[in-house]
Design a protein around this ligand. Sequence first.
Ligand SMILES: *[C@@H]1O[C@H](CO)[C@@H](O)[C@H](O)[C@H]1NC(C)=O
Ligand SMILES: *[C@@H]1O[C@H](CO)[C@@H](O)[C@H](O)[C@H]1NC(C)=O
Ligand SMILES: *[C@@H]1O[C@H](CO)[C@@H](O)[C@H](O)[C@H]1NC(C)=O
Length: 392
Amino acid sequence: MILGVLAFLSSAIAAPLASSFASSLTQAGLFNGNKKLTFDSAGNFKVVSFSDMHFGEGEDVTWGPEQDVNTSRAHSHILDQEKPSYVVFNGDLITGENVYAFNATKYLDQVFAPTVARKIPFSSTHGNHDNTLAINHQDEIEYEQKHYSSLSYTRSDVGPKPYGCGNYWVPVYAKKTDLIPAVVMWFFDSRSFVSGNPSGPGPTPIEANFYWVDDKTVPKYIRQQRELMTRIWKMIPPALVFVHIPVQKADVLAPLPSAGDHDDEPNPATQGYLNNTYTGLDLPFWNALIEMDAGHGTVLAVTSGHDHGESWCARATASSGIPICFNGHSGYGGYVTEHSAVRNGRVFGLSLRDLRENVPIVRTWNSYEDRTVNEEVVLGPDYMPEFNRVVS
Ligand SMILES: *[C@@H]1O[C@H](CO)[C@@H](O)[C@H](O)[C@H]1NC(C)=O
Ligand SMILES: *[C@@H]1O[C@H](CO)[C@@H](O)[C@H](O)[C@H]1NC(C)=O
Ligand SMILES: *[C@@H]1O[C@H](CO)[C@@H](O)[C@H](O)[C@H]1NC(C)=O
């Protein structure tokens, strides 16, 4: 791939767009020095996504460190049950309004410890509780990159700093020698901000209080990267999308009958709201995903956390046929709903055979700390067809 890219680069040098293509290629993760991620010899690649860990919620009281230990235990049980190829921390890693600025990032050591102990590669998206007066998304990304460079794939390709810059993608190849990935994992930063200690409730910086993936930089970035993939790979690989706060379309899918918890309904807190009014400003991001999907089922799923009591997957005409999933609750921090007391991660079982179907499919289920699994579904053209009249 490196040779191919270099050839592509040198042939593009004379073009006026050369420098922007070069920087896009760097962004594209082709040169970031990480080990190439591959499917195993049986053709499988399994992702566990943990949301809403809320570490550091009560550092000065006995239940605080105790619940963090419990979160680590839950993660350890789930990792041992699933033995994933990759872990995604999908936002609200830290309860940032309850920690001190001077050592806030140190909580990331606890967040990642069970995954690092098992030498599993990982990356992160960030949530509203990761943006506070004590810490922000950029702080967390820089700490992760500095201290976990051998296992972490987290980048900051584009987006407003410091509150909304965790936008990037990571390719996974069928085998080491392949030049074109079998699947691409995309990660987006849904911004938003929670005020609070240690400096006391302060004014929210205006640029921090937007509850949606940045509409100015990110849709443009998605289109640029797609254009590049089309040029270099002649295709857009199937895409698995992670973002902490769900898109507003999730509100429309929530009442549909789907396996998993439905505790935070009827209207989960979703992107695009400002002062309790839906602004529609999450639509530029969502529409860029619809373009990527192109009605071909390219977007396998968009999965979120944020609403701890939601752990379902659904698709319908209203979501243009794109499956929207929730991760449930993997942390002992944060609020607990009636059915989310047993902590879980959402698992995506990718296989090369499933990805090579006419319309690619992905199996997904919830894996629980009590060593059970449940709510397995196969996302693809046959999932919830009665609500999805869009023909793939
Ligand atoms: C931690 O887990 C233990 C064992 O399940 C439980 O008894 C305890 O209440 C939990 N503590 C907190 C603070 O979550
Ligand atoms: C940060 O400092 C506080 C106050 O000294 C302490 O209670 C807490 O455990 C520290 N947190 C970490 C992650 O080191
Ligand atoms: C949201 O409400 C606050 C408090 O009423 C107000 O100061 C702010 O200007 C509002 N923001 C927008 C974008 O309307």
